[in-house]
Design a protein around this ligand. Structure first.
Ligand SMILES: Nc1nc2c(c(=O)[nH]1)N[C@H]1C(S)=C(S)[C@@H](COP(=O)(O)OP(=O)(O)OC[C@H]3O[C@@H](n4cnc5c(=O)[nH]c(N)nc54)[C@H](O)[C@@H]3O)O[C@H]1N2
Ligand SMILES: Nc1nc2c(c(=O)[nH]1)N[C@H]1C(S)=C(S)[C@@H](COP(=O)(O)OP(=O)(O)OC[C@H]3O[C@@H](n4cnc5c(=O)[nH]c(N)nc54)[C@H](O)[C@@H]3O)O[C@H]1N2
Ligand code: SF4
Ligand SMILES: [Mo]
Length: 747
């Protein structure tokens, strides 16, 4: 009986609730869903635990955890942090719901069904490790180490990756962060000014912030967003180049609603205008530039009018952008971008961005590109052994690089093609660790065929995902809230006048539950079983972290005592390195048979009736990895497709209509989503958030929610210089009640 309660009992429960509310978070209580399978044990006194480092995405904000007994009840930014400060984003907050997700992997599992249609049987760690060790060894014995491949991502994947690369000796690892994300950017900037650019733009001090296909506010990295907002508050003008009215476009002074795939033409026209009107930083170019004459000559045909036609935007707008940049140079933040694997012609666009930064003199100046100087820490890992031949798929028969500007590792497509053809050699063993290659890599069916032909597939993850369905053995890892792992460093040079550096190391905020294990344990136990006992570099993950910290004269105990973060004095970040130069024309690129001056390579246009499929981030999810998170699912349960309002009117569609997709290859989406009509997207494109539409029924919250964009990206393009994927060359029509609806291009 609801009211049959004594006054004393009522007061007791009311005061408990009052304590519980702020700690367990309003969302949990409002939704009435408590996913925590256990009540706290031990002291009910709330405590603050320091040393957390978030990994709900890869920005790694510094955290403190509020614990009650043995339970973690809330996450906050570490107030000592000079990076994110006490702020964390929605995803960071929701880490608790990953920690206690009842669907999380708990025990080692063996697939006694089929790959792709698994039946899971719980097995002991002993049996799981024996099986992984012996199966990987069998592949190695039969095909050589090159018969093994790996799809890694995230902080814990480095240690096993180094075991595979350096000790076992396979070159066939393909990191998502390189081949589907930012590898092109890093290589293009290295080929232009000698360094990977990170996202090191001094936005707080910028007079203009220039974003090309990046969209802050949807793409969220806490400290970066803080810097961006600080810049805008300080009066920076904002230029946003995006076919879609993004969260950044909504804050912009100039929104360039560019035709997708034409950005390089746009950049070349800006640069040609600056050069021909003498509006560039001639002194800077004279001092640091190489190959400027070839560059000038190479881009001279790019008039504003020519680019305007190509990019489907007014010539006057290109001029306006160029003039705004020139008038505020050198204090301009030309953002290098992050996810830049767009069209398979992306190296040239990234080179253009690096050259534009040079033309404006915007390297190592206030408001420009400023990398900051990080403290030195160790990099303990497996040692490189001698191997017979590299078996590098990226070398042809004449030992020349196929993709000379490939980021480290092997281009994904080379691994997949070798696996499917057996040429130049078979690839028969696969380790998937912290990556979801089914939803991350274009060509989903191809990926499935690659995994299907393996002798053995093992997967280490925290959740059951679409990729884990393809494993023979599936191992549960402890999450970032329950483990030691990386040492993280950074600087805070651009918030204040005082320059500071920080060093932190991820420490557990709470003890692991069930039978989850960490990366050092798992890797070492497999290595032992493969006969590499003697090569094991550290026995525990704590030992690894202590070794790395010792290089900076620090220990975990000291870090803990200092509130989880060690601060030290930084160095002036604006000092130009001595040998700095900008290769406007790069002879090596030309010698390798590619354009040495940034060049526009047009992309394929879609057939009539189809629109280009674009995708991107939403603030409350990270790719596919947060789809089963109950708080984040509640915040954005599916991914509506953005459809130009006039096109929608012609198609007879309105907001909320349920639709599916069919692409240019006749591939249909497995699930549906709803329409969002808006003038904020070009009529030649549709847009949806990436990472939805999971097929794994063990994700009780995320399964079948929204549409999987990757399933529609079946046409595979590869950037010729780097071997990284392009993903935006696919075109779709909508489907409704079994009927296919053309998308009109002209509205
Ligand atoms: N279509 C399309 N494809 C894309 C993109 C896109 O926008 N659209 N974006 C690209 C970009 S920029 C990137 S960076 C990549 C990202 O690609 P992925 O890194 O593959 O992305 P996630 O979906 O986060 O998958 C990571 C996997 O790691 C697991 N995981 C999470 N935490 C841990 C952990 O602590 N340990 C272990 N072992 N596993 C863990 C997750 O459960 C999930 O299965 O995707 C790229 N691919
Ligand atoms: N909330 C959240 N934040 C994240 C992540 C996350 O998963 N969730 N992931 C992190 C990671 S690893 C990465 S790499 C970054 C990615 O973040 P971004 O680098 O910002 O990349 P996307 O999210 O892919 O952004 C796609 C944008 O490009 C636009 N676009 C599409 N085609 C074109 C074109 O041809 N030209 C131009 N100019 N624009 C185009 C789209 O409309 C969209 O606005 O986000 C990071 N931040
Ligand atoms: S940006 Fe958000 S999800 Fe990413 S590390 Fe920071 S708090 Fe975590
Ligand atoms: Mo990324």
């Amino acid at each position: 009986m609801a009211f049959n309660i004594t006054r004393r009992k009522f007061l007791q429960s009311a005061s408990l609730a009052a304590v519980a509310l702020p700690l367990s978070g309003a969302l949990a209580s409002e939704s009435g869903i408590t996913r925590s399978p256990l009540e706290p044990k031990g002291s009910l006194q709330d405590e603050t635990v320091v040393g957390g480092v978030c990994e709900m995405c890869f920005w790694r904000c510094q955290l403190v955890g509020k614990t009650r007994g043995d339970r973690l009840v809330k996450l906050e930014g570490n107030p000592k942090s000079i990076d994110n400060g006490s702020a964390i984003c929605a995803r960071g907050n929701a880490g608790i719901q990953l920690l206690y997700d009842p669907d999380r992997l708990k025990y080692p599992l063996k697939n006694v069904g089929e790959r792709g249609k698994p039946k899971w049987k719980r097995i002991s760690w002993e049996e799981a490790l024996d099986e992984c060790g012996s199966k990987l060894k069998a592949v190695q014995d039969k095909y050589g180490p090159q018969g093994l491949c790996m799809f890694p991502h995230g902080s814990t994947a480095k240690y096993p990756m180094h075991f595979m690369e350096r000790t076992l000796g396979t070159h066939n690892v393909s990191e998502a962060s390189f081949f589907q994300c930012r590898g092109i950017r890093d290589m293009a900037y290295m080929a232009t000014m000698g360094m990977p650019p990170g996202e090191f733009v001094d936005m707080p001090n910028a007079k203009v912030i220039f974003l090309l296909g990046g969209h802050f506010g949807e793409n969220i990295h806490v400290s970066h967003i803080k810097q961006y907002i600080q810049g805008l508050q300080n009066g920076a003008k904002l230029i946003v180049v995006d076919p879609r009215y993004s969260a950044s476009a909504a804050k912009s002074d100039i929104w360039v609603k560019i035709k997708p795939g034409t950005d390089t033409a746009f950049l070349l026209a800006i640069m040609n205008y600056l050069v021909s009107k003498n509006k560039y930083d001639a002194e800077f170019v004279e001092e640091y530039g190489q190959g400027f004459d070839e560059f000038k000559e190479g881009i001279k045909d790019w008039s504003l009018e020519k680019a305007a036609k190509e990019c489907d935007i007014p010539a006057a707008q290109i001029k306006e952008v160029a003039d705004m940049l020139a008038a505020n140079a050198p204090n301009v933040s030309i953002h290098p971008g992050r996810h830049v694997s767009w069209y398979g012609n992306d190296f040239q666009r990234q080179r253009s961005l690096a050259c534009l930064t040079g033309l404006l003199g915007a390297y190592f100046v206030k408001g420009g590109w400023v990398p900051g100087k990080e403290p030195k820490v160790g990099k303990t890992s497996w040692a490189k052994k001698e191997h017979d031949g590299e078996h590098n798929l990226n070398l042809n028969a004449d030992e020349e690089s196929i993709y000379p500007y490939s980021p480290p590792g092997t281009p994904t497509e080379l691994i997949r093609d070798a696996a499917l053809t057996g040429k130049p050699y078979p690839i028969k063993g696969c380790v998937i660790w912290g990556q979801n290659p089914i939803q991350t890599i274009p060509g989903q069916e191809k990926m499935k065929e690659v995994l299907q032909q393996m002798d053995f597939v093992m997967c280490v993850d925290v959740m059951p995902t679409d990729a884990t369905m393809w494993a023979d053995i599936l191992l549960p890892e402890v999450s970032y809230l329950e483990r030691h792992d990386l040492v993280k460093t950074g600087t805070q040079w651009n918030f204040a006048d005082k320059h500071q550096q920080y060093i932190t190391a991820r420490m557990p905020l709470v003890a692991p539950m069930f039978e989850r294990k960490d990366q050092v344990y798992i890797t070492n136990e497999i290595a032992r079983r493969m006969g590499y006992e003697k090569d094991i570099p550290v026995q525990t993950v704590e030992e690894l972290v202590e070794k790395d910290l010792s290089v900076a004269n620090l220990t975990l105990a000291q870090l803990k005592q200092e509130g989880g973060i060690h601060l030290r004095e930084g160095k002036d970040p604006y000092q130009m390195p001595e040998d700095f130069e900008i290769l406007f024309f790069n002879e090596d690129i030309a010698d390798a048979g590619f354009p040495g001056v940034p060049t526009y390579i047009p992309v394929e246009q879609g057939p009539a009736g189809y629109a280009r499929l674009l995708y991107g981030r939403v603030p409350v999810h990270t790719f596919n990895r947060t789809q089963n998170n109950i708080w984040l699912n509640k915040a954005m349960p599916d991914n509506p497709v953005w459809l130009n309002d006039q096109a929608a009117a012609k198609m007879g569609l309105k907001d909320g209509d349920v639709v599916g997709f069919i692409n240019q290859d006749g591939i249909k989406s497995r699930t549906t989503t709803v329409v969002k009509t808006t003038p904020g997207i070009r009529a030649d494109s549709v847009y949806m958030a990436h990472g939805y539409g999971s097929a794994n029924p063990l994700m009780s919250v995320g399964v079948d929610a929204g549409v999987d964009d990757t399933s529609l990206i079946t046409k595979i393009t590869v950037d010729p210089e780097t071997g990284a994927h392009g993903m935006r060359n696919n075109f779709v029509k909508l489907t409704r009640d079994g009927k296919i609806i053309d998308i009109p291009a002209a509205v």
